[in-house]
Design a protein around this ligand. Structure first.
Ligand code: CTP
Ligand SMILES: C[C@](O)(CO)[C@H](O)COP(=O)(O)O
Length: 385
C-alpha cells in the first residue's frame, strides 16, 4: 500500500467511465451522450468533477466516439479520451492505465451516468483518503430488504448492515491501479471498491448524496427534463451600527453608520445570492458560507455572488435577469443606482440591462423606518443554456 503525502499537496485526477451502451435508458444515443438538463450527461459529469477540484480528466468512451466526446468536453482541457472495454471493470482499468504515465496521487473513478456530483461529496472522499487507500460514497437503505429465489421471497435481509453504493469512488492511484492489475477473477466486478476490497485494501464509507442518482431507465430522462426558466427570491436584513462600513451592491457608500455582520454585510448582495441559489435549487447563502466559518469574516460579498452564478452555470443555467429592492430611510439610493447596477451586473457576469436596482422607504415605520437596519429583497431568473 502506498504511503499518503499531505492531502493538500496531492494531485487529483478522475476516470469517467462512459463506454457503456446505456440499453436500459432507451435513448437515441448511449445515455452518457444524451441530453439531460440541457447538456450532454458526460459534460455534466466532467464539469462537476472539475468544480470539485479534479485536475486531469480521463473519459473512457466507446470505440469510434472520440469526435463526439471531444466536442462534448471542449473547454474542459486537460482531458484524455480512451477506448473502453466490454465491461465497466475493463473500462475502468483502461482509464487507470492511461493515467499511469501521469501517476496522479489520487484518483476518482466515476460513472458518467451520475451527472450531478456535489463538490462536498468529493471533499469528504478526499479527506477520507488521509487514513484509507480507498473511500466510497454510500447511502442508507430506506426500504425493507428480502433475499429472493426467482419470484418468491427466500428470507429477510439485514437492512442495517447494507448500504447503497454510489460513485465517484476515491483511491490512492498506485493502490487501485495495482488492485486492477492483480485482479484474477471475472471482469464483471460491480465496482472498484469491490476490486480494491478483494485485494485487501480498506475501503472507508463516507456519506453519499441523492443527487448522485445514476441515470439508468428512460424515466430518469423524462422526469429530468430541465425547465427552461427557473426563478428564485432572496431576502436579508442587517443592523445599522456606528463604526461599521456601509456596503451596498458591491459599493462602499459614505454614511454615518454602516451594516454589521460577519462578512462585509452587503445586504443587497446577500439577497441577490439567495435569489440565484434559490433559482438554482442550491440552498441558501448560510449553507455555502456559514457565519460560523472564520474564513468569511469581513469577506467581500461579491465572492458569494460569483460562486452562486458558478453553481447555476454548473447546472446549465445562465442569469436571465436580477431585480433587487433596497429598503431603507437613509442613505438615499437614487444617486448610487447606476453605479450599483453596473457593479452588480459585473459580479453576475451579465450586461447591465439584465439588472435592476430599486429602493423604497417604509414611511418611517418599523426597523427600517427607525434607521435601525436595512433590508433587501431580490428576484432572479435563470435560463437554460
Ligand atoms: N463496458 C462498459 C459498461 C459501462 N460503462 C459505464 O459505467 C457506468 C455505469 O454503468 P451502467 O449504468 O450499467 O451503464 P450501461 O452499461 O451503459 O447501461 P445498460 O446496462 O443499461 O446498458 C456508465 O457510465 C457506463 O457508461 C463503461 O464505461 N463501460
Ligand atoms: C459502479 C456502480 O455505479 C456503483 O453503484 C454500480 O455498481 C454500477 O452498476 P451497473 O450494473 O453497471 O449499473
Amino acid at each position: 500500500m502506498s504511503t499518503p503525502a499531505p492531502l493538500a499537496s496531492q494531485s487529483l485526477a478522475a476516470v469517467i467511465v462512459a463506454a457503456g451502451k446505456g440499453l436500459r435508458a432507451g435513448q437515441p444515443l448511449p445515455k452518457q451522450f444524451a441530453l439531460w438538463r440541457g447538456k450532454p450527461v458526460l459534460r455534466h459529469a466532467a464539469e462537476r468533477l472539475r468544480a470539485g477540484g479534479v485536475g486531469t480528466l480521463c473519459a473512457v468512451i466507446p470505440e469510434g466516439a472520440d469526435a463526439l466526446a471531444g466536442e462534448m468536453l471542449a473547454g474542459l482541457e486537460p482531458f484524455t479520451l480512451v477506448t473502453g472495454g466490454e465491461t465497466r471493470q475493463e473500462s475502468v482499468r483502461a482509464g487507470l492505465e492511461a493515467l499511469a504515465t501521469q501517476a496522479p496521487d489520487l484518483v476518482l473513478v466515476h460513472d458518467a451516468a451520475r451527472p450531478d456530483c456535489p463538490p462536498e461529496v468529493i471533499a469528504r472522499l478526499v479527506a477520507a483518503l488521509a487514513d484509507h487507500p480507498a473511500a466510497i460514497p454510500v447511502l442508507p437503505v430506506v426500504d425493507s430488504m428480502v433475499s429472493a429465489a426467482h419470484d418468491l421471497m427466500k428470507g429477510k435481509a439485514e437492512r442495517e448492515a447494507l448500504r447503497r453504493v454510489q460513485t465517484p469512488q476515491a483511491f490512492r492511484f498506485a493502490d487501485i491501479l495495482a488492485a486492477h492489475s492483480e485482479w484474477q477473477g471475472p471482469t464483471d466486478a460491480g465496482d472498484d471498491a469491490q476490486v480494491a476490497h478483494a485485494t485487501g485494501l480498506s475501503v472507508a464509507l463516507v456519506e453519499g448524496d441523492e443527487r448522485l442518482h445514476k441515470l439508468t431507465f428512460a424515466g430518469d430522462f423524462i422526469q429530468e427534463q430541465a425547465p427552461m426558466i427557473r426563478t428564485g427570491t432572496g431576502y436579508d436584513v442587517h443592523r445599522l451600527a456606528e463604526g461599521e462600513e456601509l456596503w451596498l451592491c458591491g459599493l462602499k457608500i459614505e454614511h454615518d453608520k454602516g451594516l454589521a455582520g460577519h462578512s462585509d454585510a452587503d445586504v443587497a448582495l446577500h439577497a441577490v445570492v439567495d435569489a440565484v441559489l434559490g433559482a438554482a435549487g442550491e440552498g441558501d447563502i448560510g449553507l455555502h458560507f456559514p457565519p460560523s466559518d472564520p474564513q468569511w469574516r469581513g469577506a467581500a460579498s461579491g465572492r458569494f455572488v460569483e460562486h452562486a452564478v458558478s453553481l447555476a452555470a454548473a447546472k446549465g443555467y445562465a442569469i436571465g435577469n436580477v431585480d433587487v429592492t433596497i429598503v431603507c430611510e437613509a442613505p438615499k439610493i437614487g444617486r448610487h443606482r447606476d453605479a450599483m447596477r453596473a457593479e452588480l451586473a459585473r459580479l453576475l457576469g451579465v450586461q447591465a440591462e439584465r439588472v435592476n436596482v430599486k429602493a423604497t422607504t417604509t414611511e418611517r415605520l418599523g426597523f427600517t423606518g427607525r434607521g435601525e437596519g436595512i433590508a433587501a429583497q431580490a428576484v432572479a431568473t435563470l435560463v437554460a443554456n
